[in-house]
Design a protein around this ligand. Sequence first.
Ligand SMILES: Nc1ncnc2c1ncn2[C@@H]1O[C@H](COP(=O)(O)OP(=O)(O)O)[C@@H](O)[C@H]1O
Ligand code: SF4
Ligand SMILES: [Mg+2]
Length: 370
Amino acid sequence: MSETPEVSRPLTKEEPAAHGNEPGTGAEAGAGAGLMALAGASVVHRARTGGLWHRDRVYALTDADLTIAPGETVGIVGESGCGKSTLAKVLVGVEQPTSGTVTLRGRDLWAMHPAERRRLIGTGTGMVFQDPATALNRRLTIRQILRDPLDVHRHGTPARREERVRELMALVGLPKALAEALPGQLSGGQRQRVAIARALALEPALVVADEPTSALDVSVRAQILNLLLDLKERLGLALVFVSHDIQTVRRMSDRVITMYLGRIVEESPAAEVTAHARHPYTRALFSATPGLLDPIDPIPLVGPVPSATHPPSGCPFRTRCWRADHSCRATMPAITESHTSGHRFRCHHPVGPDESIHDLVIQATAPTEG
Ligand SMILES: Nc1ncnc2c1ncn2[C@@H]1O[C@H](COP(=O)(O)OP(=O)(O)O)[C@@H](O)[C@H]1O
Ligand code: SF4
Ligand SMILES: [Mg+2]
């Protein structure tokens, strides 16, 4: 189990944070603490829609506060388009936030010289993408792919780099004979092993894996997940793991982050998330897993996710939430710290400790008045 994330602010337990809906309120929190920290990080894109002079904005990530401790696994869940990949890319410095800060080992990534940032990111973090077929250069051999980051960051002598390539291949279970193969000659699972080896080349402290098994055959998914978990244990890595498969996320993680429409709406210890999450959306996501002994229908999530170009006022989940009222329309809920360490959420009417999934299903399926 992870420790309480260092982003937590000095709050009274179960008291909403003051000004929690203002961007960047966490800027001071977590600075220098943990391995990696986001404070008030937002990413706004220009959409293709809108007028010639005033193109719409896409709010891909809004006011994200998050701290990753060394060695912990943080899972990220949420429906497609909610900002998981954007958050992942911000964490590994691939995407610069439009506002807010990203600190790695206490140093503000976007305040430093670009060359220094590339060095710090390149040696401190690694990223594994969804589809190894497109993430690897098709014209390079596996040996060249694995040497590339070592060459770019001038890691040891050329002889040491060759040795490191061999070590990396062994580490991820790739036979030596594949060193001169091209990615196209490998299976999907082997290609993802190469991508993982490349991410580990410079011994990073943090690896971010964005849907690392979604493009793979079902038969090899478990092997790749087990490899990631094994490497994480052996190398003491912090791991940020994004997946559609929420039960896998829950099993693999110490902490689970729930995202909705660009917002982190809950952060919960993984062991608590199914039965004790306080945000209605988290409960709905994790209710879709009836146990064999107690099969029930999941809490229905009715209607589409609103557009990230025109997010609703107040709470972003209010258009689909069965507990929504006028306050949810009026204001974005502040962050509330739960009594449980490492558990925080944004909701005006959180699920109570005594409310079971059965209760929530009944509430969510009850006919609305009028
Ligand atoms: N480069 C971009 N330009 C415009 N919109 C983008 C861009 N990248 C992502 N988005 C939008 O940002 C939102 C979040 O996307 P993403 O982080 O990929 O979500 P997820 O990984 O959860 O599916 C989506 O609405 C997506 O369409
Ligand atoms: S703030 Fe309101 S709309 Fe948002 S999740 Fe809580 S109850 Fe639902
Ligand atoms: Mg994604």
